[in-house]
Design a protein around this ligand. Structure first.
Ligand SMILES: [Zn+2]
Length: 416
């Protein structure tokens, strides 16, 4: 495991130890160039010309970096270090997509579960979805995380660590989702909801970062199962569960089949969101909004295919929980530069940035802010707008929502 990684900086091979950052490789290549980089007078890109943050860890041998000395055109892009300090809010992230690899290995050992690798790096690599071919293939990796999440203790710990990790990158409030249905038969629905709530509560006391739980029905499971979940979730309406969602393979599994579950959730005061417009087109978003009554849309990437629906989404201020890297991995978009996030933002859609699955997508929320900024040209003011969109789109009670937005604005001003 201690073999160095061989990467290329401006076409010259450089060996760096595992765990090294891009800036370390540049320094080994050329000290003067590294000094320019630190002074903001040079930038790094990957082989495709996409911006790379100098603090990024080097993940694999063979990576290609180019250091370009810039004749300062406009301000330097915001670095990840700066964006990490920003207060942030996240609306769309799957608990079972965010385990710490070290924790997974410990749980697997204690539970006698077999995983596809036995080191943290190997596991992160084995679960990476960067080479997935479809949403279905992307979703298959979740079987491994779920395999170690079948006890109340494991679920509690994973939720606890998730909030700690979110707090560490200055997320002030997060709505985290998972499906209690995927913890049966080992756990009852009640056990599978109580356990993460305990973990969240413990972490909130320690960090001040708050979290709401969203429970997901699954498109490929029978509609009666979704209704069972809506019944169970409604009992937790004022005890930490903030919303009901529908997730899973979208193509060929229409949301309308689960309309009764959405109706039950809404009738019992739960907010509703729905994954849609990711693997299927605008019709799927239409159904989530008009048949299932969703108040927010998970992804909504393909909304632009139906200009009339887009106009309605703007008019009704329906929030889209967008996930850039995940959409590349599931092939909802061909490459990140083709992602409609910025276009929708400029068209007045209430879009926000989210991670979807941090372990599977190999990202943090900070990375997604940086990606939107550097790959899509989203300006700092537009990033702030999408952050305030996220505050406004939370499923918090109105007064808490206003307080969250005020806090985020004040913290951003303090950083300026
Ligand atoms: Zn999702």
């Amino acid at each position: 495991m201690s073999d160095p990684l061989r990467v290329f900086v401006n076409e010259r091979a450089v060996d760096v130890p595992r765990g090294a950052a891009v800036r370390d490789a540049v320094r080994r290549h050329d000290r003067a160039l590294a000094d320019l980089l630190e002074a903001g007078a040079a930038r790094v890109t990957d082989a495709m010309g996409r911006a790379v943050d100098a603090a990024d860890p080097i993940r694999e041998s063979g990576a290609v970096f180019r250091v370009v000395v810039s004749a300062r055109r406009g301000p330097a892009p915001l670095s990840k270090a700066v964006l990490r300090r920003w207060p942030k809010v996240e609306l769309h992230v799957h608990l079972d997509g965010c385990l710490r690899p070290v924790t997974m290995l410990e749980l697997a050992r204690a539970q006698g579960v077999r995983l596809p690798a036995d080191t943290p790096e190997g596991l992160a690599d084995a679960l990476s979805t960067r080479n997935a071919h479809s949403l279905e293939e992307y979703l298959q990796t979740y079987q491994y995380t779920l395999s170690v999440m079948q006890t109340p203790e494991a679920l509690e710990r994973i939720a606890y660590e998730f909030v700690l990790d979110a707090a560490a990158e200055n997320i002030r409030y997060v709505e985290v989702r998972y499906s209690p249905l995927l913890h049966r038969p080992a756990l009852t629905l009640t056990q599978a909801i109580d356990a993460p709530l305990r973990g969240i509560e413990r972490a909130t006391v320690e960090t001040g970062t708050r979290a709401g739980l969203i429970v997901c029905a699954i498109r490929t499971l029978p509609p009666e199962t979704s209704l069972d979940l809506a019944h169970a979730a409604a009992d937790y309406r004022s005890a930490g569960v903030v919303a009901f969602d529908l997730a899973g393979a979208e193509a060929g599994h229409p949301a309308r089949d689960h309309a009764a579950a959405f109706r039950h959730a809404a009738a019992h005061g739960l907010a509703c969101t729905c994954h849609a417009g990711e693997a299927e087109g605008a019709q799927s978003i239409d159904e989530a909004l008009h048949v299932c009554g969703a108040g927010r849309i998970g992804h909504g990437t393909r909304l632009g295919e139906d200009p009339e629906l887009l106009a309605e989404v703007v008019e009704r201020a329906i929030p889209l929980e967008m996930c850039l890297t995940s959409n590349v991995h599931t092939h909802a978009v061909a490459r990140v530069e083709a992602h409609p996030f910025r276009r929708y933002l400029e068209q007045g859609v209430r879009v926000s940035l989210n991670t979807d699955g941090r372990l599977m997508d190999g990202i943090t929320l900070t990375d997604e802010y940086h990606l939107a900024h550097t790959a899509l040209g989203v300006t700092p003011d537009q990033l702030k707008q999408s952050l305030l969109n996220a505050c406004d789109a939370t499923f918090l009670p109105e007064a808490d929502k206003v307080a969250l937005a005020e806090r985020v604005k004040a913290e951003l001003e303090d950083l300026a």
